[in-house]
Write a new protein. Sequence first.
Length: 88
Amino acid sequence: MYSAACYTDKLEIIVQDNGMGFPADEINYVFQKFYRLKQNHETGTGLGLSIVKGFTEAMGGVVSLENEPTGGAKFVMHIPVQTSIIKV
């Protein structure tokens, strides 16, 4: 599931799933380059989430991750924006 909302000064993008979530002791490391979960047997380079973080921070934003109490993970990105009002 994903959603996006634009507020006065920020864009909020939320991406979440209903999977197993992330091990609590590894959440602080998942945005590091080449980091792969200890129990992950999937292929990959460990760059995906570091790219998300770099992209978000390059625009002056922040990204966070938390496990949902009902299961799954939730990523939240806040990116600063400037809005204007268009009068029609």
